[in-house]
Design a protein around this ligand. Structure first.
Ligand code: PEP
Ligand code: MG
Length: 776
């Protein structure tokens, strides 16, 4: 896929077939011929090494390359030269590169293709004298991927400077898939080098992971294995394959329709909404056309589906943004379904053989796959990959199924092992001993009592013991989050992250699509207030259809309003859609990542232009327009007197504010917990904001994660915050806490803490809560 080609050297990349040096055209015909000969090699006899040698010779010959080499991943993340045509043969099994070392290591480290017409100028270029590669100028290389793992790297090199065409890189990717199978099947390397084993499987064990859906569950392990192995890679007849693919696609569509119907019959609105989004993926033209293109080039339908999956997974695997990763999982779910339909299977579950109390264990899973299982038997879910906001977790929560994410689960758990999933603390007990099982039963009873308590206070006032009202709002990002508004008793939506709907689409939504969506959201929230935050993409939240280039420091990079100010038409379209959707209704718009007043003035100007546009077209304005910003960038703290008179409200994004205040990447586990938001410096900043906003009569709220943690929320109320916006599961615990606290006593206690030298005030605040009966 051309869009994944790396041009990091500045002068690399693909061209239209001409460019650097003159070379014979490599096109679809050449590619088909190469693949046909590859099929003969795979069908022939010989050891894995023999066949690999034949493959690199074939590639070098057919692609008129001076060199073709194959590096295979060995234990310890080392890439070993396994076969070459064109480099010194003595280097084979001697040349080794670490992941990240040299261009080969760069390709493995980034799991993406590279095409360079001047390889020696690439920053990762590493010279290996034993290979004799000095005279080679150009290089195209692709990762050899199997599952989500890089198994090696396949490269071609040319003496002259040349630009590679897309077909060449795509053909290399296709061959790399075949080589991946060869590595797996012929045991070119010892299988223990590519698998990891955990503790002895029969002893009780405990996994620590992340809590993704609250609650406790006990049952027997059912291993969900949707992956079907693709055996035949290259097809004889592309038309017949296309036909097969189209039929499987149609069958899959009807199966999803059946699921939709079943979900609506069962009165489940959330899963139905998700499945509808999911059906939208199934009709995604970009995804389908990439698969069809791969079939036309000569792959079997199964291999084409797999290739597109591998490619998407590899391209997106380095992204840490949870929402992008979740969209990726939906695609994976779809791919697995399609593979099953191609294999003539319709479901991965077989009701007759499943236990009555089952805990599903899966690497990852999509929402429709979860719904394939009999809900009356499903007790819990354990995922190796995923995050709390993933679609599968949203469905699980709608079904009241506890979920934990824990790495290495599949290596530790055998089918029908007894499991306890603790979705409150993110723990999993494997084959638990009797005492653990007893403790579990007591914890279940406690959980029921807590749930009853949250339900009882849902409609009680959100007021502290000494009578201070606190507004609890929700953070949302999908239509399906909105029913929580009624269920939780929250007063409104304090943060609607508009980037999320953009991320689940294959292309940038036009004004009409955005207007329809915002309209539906406003209909859904009814008379309750909602704050729409404009697009906060960029950095590692890059949209699939947006190219911003790689950044060294994405969190400090081109994101949010910085993109909107550089591409005003994008932001104007979104503002237009919001204004159109709200016509005659109240509208609150919030701008993220504002770092100075001039930036706010810039985005406000765009909003005014859109308001004028409305007037000139005689379209009704929103009945009340409120405009605010996030406070995430510390520089803004020193412009508050100039900024606040221009605002109706301000909301603290404590997730980003903490990372920028302490210069500590929020996505990096080594630094994200190094500094505590409950530190004197952060609380001083927050107190100053409370004072300044009060002085300028600007509403202040906080919508970062700390607002949803009871102890942190207590401290925020002590500092002076009166509006807290949080994810739906936090509402019950935070409301319980605030109804048990006394603001006056806390404020007095905290007044002596701001100037101290403490790293964190967490312990002191916890002791205060304990001494004063605050339920944290
Ligand atoms: C924040 O930074 O605290 C925030 C709410 O925004 P996001 O988490 O979406 O960056
Ligand atoms: Mg933020």
């Amino acid at each position: 896929m051309t869009d994944t080609l790396d041009t990091a050297a500045g002068d690399g990349g693909t061209g239209g077939g001409t460019g650097g040096g003159l070379h014979p055209r490599f096109d679809g015909t050449s590619s088909r011929r190469l693949l046909a000969r590859l099929r003969d090699i795979m069908a022939g006899s010989g050891s894995g090494q023999d066949r690999l040698d034949k493959i690199v010779t074939l590639i070098a010959g057919e692609m008129k390359a001076d060199v073709c080499s194959c590096y295979i991943m060995r234990a310890g993340e080392v890439l070993e030269l396994f076969s070459t045509e064109g480099l010194n043969k003595t280097a084979v099994h001697n040349t080794r590169l670490r992941v990240g070392e040299g261009i080969v290591g760069y390709i493995a480290g980034h799991a993406r293709p590279v095409a360079l017409d001047n390889a020696p100028s690439h920053p990762s270029f590493a010279y290996r004298p034993e290979t004799g590669e000095d005279p080679f100028q150009s290089l195209a290389g692709v990762p050899i991927l199997r599952g989500s793992k890089v198994r090696g790297v396949l490269v071609i090199q040319h003496k002259d400077r040349r630009r590679y065409v897309e077909e060449e890189v795509e053909t290399l990717q296709t061959i790399a898939m075949v080589v991946a199978e060869l590595v797996a099947q012929s045991e070119l390397v010892n299988p223990v080098e590519v698998t990891t084993t955990g503790d002895p499987v029969l002893l009780p064990a405990r996994l620590s992971g992340t809590a993704m859906s609250a609650g406790l569950a006990m049952g027997l392990a059912v291993i969900h294995r949707p992956q079907l192995t693709v055996r035949q890679m290259v097809a004889e007849d592309a038309d017949a394959e296309l036909e097969r693919f189209n039929t499987a696609l149609q069958t899959m569509h009807s199966a999803i329709d059946d699921l939709l119907e079943a979900a609506s019959l069962a009165g489940l609105s959330e899963p139905r909404d998700i499945l509808e989004t999911y059906r939208m993926f199934a009709e995604d033209r970009g995804w389908l056309s990439r698969i069809r293109e791969a079939i036309r080039v000569g792959l079997t339908a199964e291999a084409a589906v797999q290739q597109v999956q591998n490619d998407t997974r590899a391209r997106m695997s380095h992204l840490t943004d949870p929402y992008i990763r979740e969209r990726l999982m939906d695609f994976e779910d779809l791919t697995n379904r399609l593979l099953q339909h191609l294999a003539g299977k319709t479901s991965s579950t077989d009701g007759a053989t499943l236990p009555d109390d089952m805990i599903l264990v899966a690497r990852s899973m999509g929402p429709a796959e979860l719904l394939d299982y009999d809900r009356t038997r499903l007790r819990g879910l354990l995922l190796e990959e995923g995050s709390p906001a993933s679609h599968v977790c949203i469905v699980a929560r709608a079904l009241n199924i506890p979920v934990v994410q824990a790495a290495d689960a599949l290596n530790r758990i055998e089918p029908l092992d007894q499991l306890i999933v603790d979705g409150d603390h993110g723990s999993v007990f494997i084959r638990p001993a009797e005492d653990i099982q007893m403790a579990f039963s007591e914890a279940v009873a406690l959980q029921h009592r807590k749930e009853q308590m949250y339900a009882e206070i849902r409609n009680l006032p959100s007021v502290t013991r000494d009578g201070v009202p606190i507004s609890i709002q929700l953070n949302c990002g999908l239509l399906i989050d909105l029913p929580h508004l009624t269920a939780s008793g929250a007063e409104g939506v304090g943060l609607y992250r508009t980037e999320i709907p953009f991320m689940v689409r294959a292309s940038y939504p036009d004004v009409k699509a955005q207007t329809d969506l915002y309209s539906r959201i406003l209909d859904e929230v009814g008379h309750k207030p909602i704050v729409f935050r404009t697009l906060d993409v960029g950095g590692d939240k890059m949209l699939p259809y947006m190219t911003g280039g790689e950044e060294e420091n994405p969190a400090l990079g081109w994101r949010a309003v910085r993109i909107g100010l550089d591409h005003p038409s994008l932001l104007r379209q979104q503002l237009r859609a919001l204004l159109l959707a709200a016509a005659g209704r109240p509208l609150s718009v919030m701008f993220p990542m504002i770092a100075e007043v001039a930036e706010f003035d810039g985005v406000r100007r765009l909003l005014d232009l859109e308001l004028k546009r409305l007037d000139s077209q005689g379209i009704e304005r929103p009945s009340g327009l409120r405009v605010g910003t996030m406070l995430e960038v510390p520089s803004l703290l020193w412009q508050l007197p100039a900024l606040l008179p221009k605002l109706d409200f301000l909301s603290v994004g404590s997730n980003d504010l903490t990372q920028y205040l302490f210069a500590a990447d929020r996505g990096n586990p080594r630094t994200s917990t190094r500094y505590d938001p409950l530190s004197p410096s952060m609380l001083c900043v927050l107190r100053r904001l409370v004072d300044e906003c009060a002085r300028h009569k600007v509403s202040l709220s906080i919508c970062g994660e700390m607002a949803g943690r009871p102890l942190d929320a207590m401290a925020l109320i002590g500092v002076g915050f009166r509006t807290l916006s949080m994810s739906p599961p936090s509402v019950g615990p935070v409301k319980t806490m605030l109804r048990s606290m006394d603001v006056g006593a806390l404020r007095q206690y905290m007044s002596g803490l701001y100037t101290g030298a403490d790293h964190s005030l967490r312990d002191k605040l916890r002791s205060f809560a304990k001494d004063h009966g605050v339920l944290i």
